[in-house]
Ligand binder design. Structure first.
Ligand code: CU
Length: 274
């Protein structure tokens, strides 16, 4: 074999090995949370409890970019917020997985973690998403586009500014219960990774119905950088697996639906120590 052919042969072999590794990687890279969610919390193994990197710190990650059509918004008046998800070549991404019954979840919260909104944008034929938003108060807001593609979860985030005088609120002290809409929501148990909640009205248990394919939806944000945590719902109970990446304070936004069809949002501050 002449040296050139030998080199070419080596290149082909290397390419095959690389392709094999990539293929094996894609096979092995099952999103642990999905497995955990499908199995239910009771049967989680050490493997599925592996620490997850935080998300929601960047506008661009793993080759995808969140492009907001606007980064400032009027105060108090409804406006349409449009955005796209772009791939490495700047093309609009359209192939989203259905996750928690929706292809796109959109979270808006002010930087002081007040004014939380969980929205479900509409997908337009050109691949842009749009959602009506009203922001009653001035300030800097964090917006998160939370979605999944080929079983890989993404949370991309950007800032949206509402001009005007701002009165920031301090993060409320850690608490194990919150009152919302006449309901008392209590954080049950003290296991760090498992967050269970009970809902009562005047001391009596309240029936809840499914919301987004589970008993509830939980968003957890870290104080300071508003890192967005992986949280996986239990299908049968108002209980979640949350992997807190560091010590610190986190704000939990629990959403659930009562039998009357009303959606409620209870917020808790949770202190995580190491
Ligand atoms: Cu959602």
């Amino acid at each position: 074999m002449n040296p050139l052919m030998k080199l070419a042969g080596f290149a082909v072999a290397a390419a095959l090995i690389f392709a094999g590794a990539a293929f094996a990687g894609s096979r092995i890279d099952v999103h642990p949370g999905k497995v955990a969610a499908k199995r239910g919390m009771g049967t989680m193994t050490a493997a599925t409890m592996a620490p997850q990197p935080v998300r929601g710190l960047a506008v661009s990650e793993k080759g995808l970019t969140l492009e907001l059509a606007r980064r400032s918004a009027p105060r108090g008046n409804p406006f349409e917020l449009a955005f796209r998800i772009l791939d490495r070549s700047g093309q609009t991404v359209r192939d989203f997985d259905v996750e928690h019954t929706k292809r796109m979840h959109f979270i808006v919260v002010r930087r002081d973690m007040t004014g939380f909104q969980h929205l479900h944008p509409t997908e337009n034929p050109d691949g842009t998403w749009s959602v009506p938003v009203t922001l009653p108060r001035a300030g800097s807001y964090r917006v998160f586009a939370d979605f999944s593609i080929d079983d890989t979860p993404y949370t991309l985030a950007d800032d949206l500014t509402v001009d005007g005088p701002v009165r920031s609120q301090a993060l409320p002290a850690p608490a194990t219960s919150a009152d919302v809409d006449g309901l008392r929501v209590a954080l049950a148990g003290d296991a760090e990774k498992e967050l269970g909640f009970t809902v009562t009205r005047d001391g009596a248990p309240v029936a809840i119905q499914n919301y987004l394919g589970a008993k509830g939806h939980l968003v957890a944000l870290r104080e300071g950088d508003l890192a967005f945590l992986h949280v996986h719902p239990d299908q049968n109970r108002l209980r979640f697996e949350a992997t807190f990446p560091t010590a610190g304070r986190y704000r939990l936004f629990l959403q659930f639906k009562t039998a009357d069809g009303r959606l409620h949002t209870a917020a808790f501050t949770r202190e995580v120590t190491r």
